[in-house]
Design a protein around this ligand. Structure first.
Ligand code: NAI
Ligand code: 15L
Length: 266
């Protein structure tokens, strides 16, 4: 197999449970980690429960790892303190451990919420300034800058994957634009891990949806081609020309419902 050991953080989460099944062909051993309980290790798996904020545990977690899929952390808006611990401290611990263990490449699960304050009428690429829509988005911006530093300073490669909405299917009009099917996510991760040189790349993770807010040409070297599209769900959300809706900030800004959350609203 291409790798001896892949570390997947966030393995108990929505995406982690999908990836656990799908990335097996790529490595002899998949090391699965989360702060929450995970089902027992199957053949070719190792299960290690740990808090990303626990530096010593994260350093131990990294021993013998070739590449990391860093999906662990808080995945929606929350208090700054909670996000600081899991996402900021946690991602720092991951990169320090990666450096110490000699890991060559990381895929960092970044988010569209790094740019959630762009309007849904904007069309942006990875060189456009980030406009996070809350503490969660800010923590993902930190991860993008942290990984840039570890690349510039130590040559550790990272693909920051700004995932749109990776769920079984779109549940609103916004997700017709941000939808990222599980199959396309897996294909994108395959590209992130198997492309010979990725340096430090920021890529948007979306399927081939009819509408898009994101130009992915700066990540074209990954060779990712989406196979799915939200069009298969178009009957559920017919285009009635009312998107974005006047005065509804959840449709005016790319970050959608995240625009209504955040500490200032508590
Ligand atoms: P999720 O919330 O279902 O999974 C995240 C996992 O991280 C959970 O199992 C949780 O227990 C674990 N975790 C949280 N704090 C931790 C800590 N301190 N130490 C160790 N583990 C901890 O989220 P989901 O949807 O699976 O997303 C996975 C990753 O992808 C997250 O980093 C999220 O921010 C990112 N992402 C996901 C998107 C999606 O559409 N599903 C969109 C954009 C980004
Ligand atoms: C994210 O970053 C979240 O992790 C996920 O739960 C969704 O809310 C997604 O963005 C989205 O924007 O739909």
């Amino acid at each position: 197999k291409a790798f001896n050991r892949i570390l997947l953080t966030g393995a108990a989460g929505g995406l982690g449970r999908i990836l656990r099944e799908r990335i097996k062909p790529w490595a002899n051993i998949i090391r699965l980690s989360d702060i929450c309980d995970m089902s027992p290790a199957q053949e070719g798996e190792e299960v290690v429960q740990c808090d990303l904020a626990d530096k010593a545990a994260v350093h131990a977690l990294m021993e013998g790892v070739d590449v990391v899929l860093h999906f662990g952390g808080i995945s929606t808006e929350n208090s700054f303190e909670a996000i600081m611990t899991a996402n900021i401290q946690g991602t720092y611990n991951i990169y320090e451990a990666v450096h110490k263990a000699g890991v060559k490449r990381v895929v960092f699960a970044s988010s569209n919420h790094t740019v959630g304050f762009y309007k849904t009428t904007d069309y942006i690429d990875a060189n456009d300034p980030r406009r996070p829509d809350g503490m969660y988005g800010i923590s993902k911006c930190f991860g993008e800058d942290l990984s840039r530093y570890y690349y510039d300073r130590f040559g550790i490669e990272t693909v920051c994957l700004r995932i749109g909405s990776s769920f079984p299917e779109p549940i609103n009009k916004r997700m017709m634009v941000t939808y990222f099917s599980y199959d396309d996510l897996v294909e994108m991760l395959r590209c992130c891990l198997f492309t010979p040189r990725v340096g430090h790349t920021i890529a948007f993770g979306a399927s081939d949806n009819a509408a898009s807010w994101w130009d992915n040409r700066l990540a074209s070297h990954l060779g990712y081609k989406a196979k799915d599209s939200s069009s298969q769900f178009a009957h559920k959300f017919p285009d009635s020309g009312d998107y974005p809706e006047k005065d509804d900030i959840t449709t005016i800004y790319q970050g959608g419902g995240f625009l209504l959350t955040g500490p200032q609203y508590k």
